[in-house]
Design a protein around this ligand. Sequence first.
Ligand code: HEC
Ligand code: HEC
Length: 222
Amino acid sequence: MGLLKFPLLALLAASLPAFAAEDNAALIEQGAYVARAGDCVACHRTAENGGPEMAGGYVIDSPMGKIISSNITPSKAYGIGDYTEQQLADALRKGVNAKGQHLYPAMPYTSYQGMSDQDIHALYVYLQQGVKPVDQPVPETKLAFPFNIRQLMFGWNLVFLDSQGFVRKPGASEQVNRGQYLVDNLAHCEACHTPRNVLMAEDNSQYLAGAKLGGWVAPNIT
Ligand code: HEC
Ligand code: HEC
């Protein structure tokens, strides 16, 4: 008995970590795909071109003022190295960071609110294990009063944050649903191509009908 058991256990012990490592590599790859589709790097790049990816510091000109993107590398001091998966999910879906601060909607959480658990899981594993930590702080965002009061976003979210997640179109094909998930949520096309009202919320009566973005125009893509 003992002799028979031993090789079996040894085999199991040897093969388990190998399976785990393979699973992880697949998850990291899937998470990298989610990060590309969600275009995190478009905003979480560094201010200078060619700087490390996801290290933040890039300045976004908004009608409320200049908003600086965060370091989302797994740096424990300056990035999201201490984030739990739930905290990443809350930043993406609720616009609340790990310190409990409300993020400005320059971070497109109003779109990401519909991201699937599966995509967030893969993205989390990728950001924690597939991205190099960059121990570099970003300058603090300092908006003028009243926009410097992050708590104001709580009220804005109550009115404008649709938090029901992705809702499948009944009767529509798998492809149509996948496309809608990309346009409205993960790839957030609508965040740029739908015009905003005076309170910076998307005007859904003009869904994808084109919008001004700083010095750019995102054309009508209906
Ligand atoms: C259109 C620009 C934009 C895109 C795209 C974007 N972000 Fe952000 N993100 C921001 C900005 C700006 C902030 C800081 C907002 C603030 O200070 O209120 C931020 C903040 C965050 C934070 C909070 C960090 C902290 O601890 O305060 C996390 C986490 C985050 N983003 C993750 C992501 C991930 C993951 C993606 C891709 C799926 C992504 N972001 C895509 C602009 C963006
Ligand atoms: C960060 C903002 C932003 C996001 C997100 C975005 N776009 Fe755009 N898009 C623009 C801007 C700005 C232009 C115009 C670029 C130019 O004039 O060269 C544009 C141009 C286009 C055009 C060309 C239209 C024409 O008539 O010339 C298409 C098509 C398009 N986008 C589709 C999409 C789709 C599909 C997505 C989502 C997968 C998307 N965009 C996401 C900002 C954005």
